[in-house]
Design a protein around this ligand. Structure first.
Ligand code: PFF
Length: 463
């Protein structure tokens, strides 16, 4: 059997793959929803500042750790300091948990893409369509298994021949689709039954204008924490994924440029997603249409597409196809990072590891899918929300483990290894790491403090 390369072909390949991981449902539905809820331009401003300071620090750390150690999370943390192996193990657990539900969401999106492609757009816009779909015991399972199988096939084909090839094709298309839909959305106009005309431009301004009314210190911190937790979910940092991907980057690649491009890509798609969703929802449903969580994508948007008439079918197809690309490239990064760690732990080859993991995750995603039907139950989460199986997995991985891992890893880098460990890697080929000073201050002081606050807030220890 031919030996599969364990490296990306070069800088562009790496950037597209890393952007593939970063751009996902977080950009397409969570970012626009948070922007609408958290004061529009105010959230955007805070988010942009955080990307350039805090997101940058975490992204640089993960990628440089990966390339310097040439290993995935468990091996990488052990190489840095054998006593910190526990952090590698914790980091490895995050994608293991995320994988169980990401395929379920991928399955829902696939289902909607199929629905739109087969001309059933009108049905999808009906009130209980989404609920009756996810509470059925068969269809969601079938779609999540399908999504899981495609993900596994790509990862099975290796780093360059599988993951890079797919990302090189999907990411540019995704970008074009998002731009096209955003432009269309901003040019919409609609007069509702009461005779009120609403335009896409108004919706766009609502999205961009900072709203300071009713802003209190408490609310400001709430927005800041929302932006922060969104940011590191969105950049796929602190879960070992960027460490794994960093370990596949060739030594001659300039990480400084690569990091800038990944930040730019991820933030660009998030901003564009806001520009495509907020004006469209605003035109047809007003400001109340911006519902939270999955219902935005699966309930509100289909109604908006239906209100667009014939054009809505096309827009719906384009939207759900781009969502599949975004979710698939993120899901492969999750599976790849689990695979890479397992290959190192069990000394097995890629094919065998992927096959075993596929069997495990096919079963796991079926169980999580059934969390809305056969295995339905509700729990009260410590942050005050109620959730089902999927939300519990999401809560443990994103709200509890990720801030904790980010906190511990900046302590390791900032205080034990010292920031020079990362800076040397960023300047390996004589490049100038421009944001060096910022990196030092952030990794030693600011990030640990902010992560601690985020951890306390998301575990419900502070209000
Ligand atoms: N970064 C992805 C997004 O913004 O949707 C989400 C994500 C991908 C989270 C991969 C976790 C992950 F392992």
């Amino acid at each position: 059997m031919e030996k599969k390369s364990n490296h990306f072909s070069g800088q562009i390949g790496f950037v597209l793959v890393a952007a593939g991981s970063a751009v996902g449902v977080g950009n397409l539905w969570r970012f626009p929803y948070l922007a609408a809820k958290d004061g529009g331009g105010l959230f955007l401003m805070l988010y942009l500042i955080l990307v350039l300071t805090f997101g940058f620090t975490l992204l640089v750390s993960d990628i440089a750790i990966g390339r310097r150690t040439q290993q995935s999370a468990i091996g990488a943390y052990t190489t840095m300091n054998p006593r910190w192996k526990f952090l590698g193990i914790l980091t490895f657990i995050v994608p293991m948990l995320i994988m169980t539900y990401y395929t379920v969401i991928g399955g829902w999106i696939t289902k909607y893409a199929v629905v739109y492609l087969t001309g059933q757009a009108e049905q999808a816009a009906q009130d209980d369509y989404f609920t009756s779909f996810i509470t059925s015991p068969v269809a969601p399972v079938v779609f999540s298994l399908l999504f899981m199988a495609v993900t596994a096939l790509i990862v099975y084909n290796g780093v360059e021949g599988g993951i890079e090839r797919v990302s090189r094709c999907m990411m540019p298309i995704l970008l074009v689709l998002v731009v096209v839909i955003a432009v269309y959305s901003v040019t919409l106009r609609h007069t509702d039954a009461s005779g009120q005309l609403r335009t896409g431009i108004d919706g766009f301004l609502y999205y961009l204008t900072p709203q300071f009314e009713g802003l209190t210190v408490k609310r400001f911190f709430q927005i800041l924490l929302d932006a922060m937790s969104q940011l590191f979910f969105s950049l796929s940092v602190s879960m070992g994924i960027m460490i794994t991907y960093g370990s596949y980057v060739k030594p001659e690649v300039n990480l400084n440029t690569a990091v800038r491009q990944i930040e730019f890509f991820d933030t660009g798609v998030a901003l564009l997603a806001g520009a495509m969703i907020i004006p469209a929802v605003y035109v047809f449903s007003g400001t109340e249409g911006m519902s939270a969580g999955p219902s935005l994508m699966f309930i509100s948007l289909p109604k908006v597409f239906a209100a667009m008439g014939k054009a809505g079918v096309v827009v719906g197809i384009l939207f759900f196809v781009s969502a599949i690309f975004a979710t698939l490239t993120s899901c492969i990064s999750v599976l790849e990072s689990i695979t890479a760690n397992c290959m190192a732990i069990f000394h097995t080859g890629r094919e065998k590891t992927v096959l075993v993991l596929s069997a495990i995750y096919l079963a796991a995603s079926a169980v999580i899918s059934l969390g809305y039907s056969i295995f339905y139950f509700e729990v009260q989460l410590p942050n005050g929300s109620t959730g089902q199986l999927l939300d519990i997995m999401d809560y443990i991985s994103n709200s509890v483990m990720m801030p904790f891992i980010a906190l511990m890893s900046t302590i390791l880098i900032g205080w034990i290894m010292t920031p020079d460990y990362i800076i040397e890697e960023m300047e390996r080929n004589g490049e100038n790491f421009h944001r060096k000073k910022l990196y030092r201050v952030m990794s030693r002081y600011v990030v640990p403090v902010m992560m601690f606050a985020l951890f306390l807030q998301s575990t419900g220890m502070i209000g």
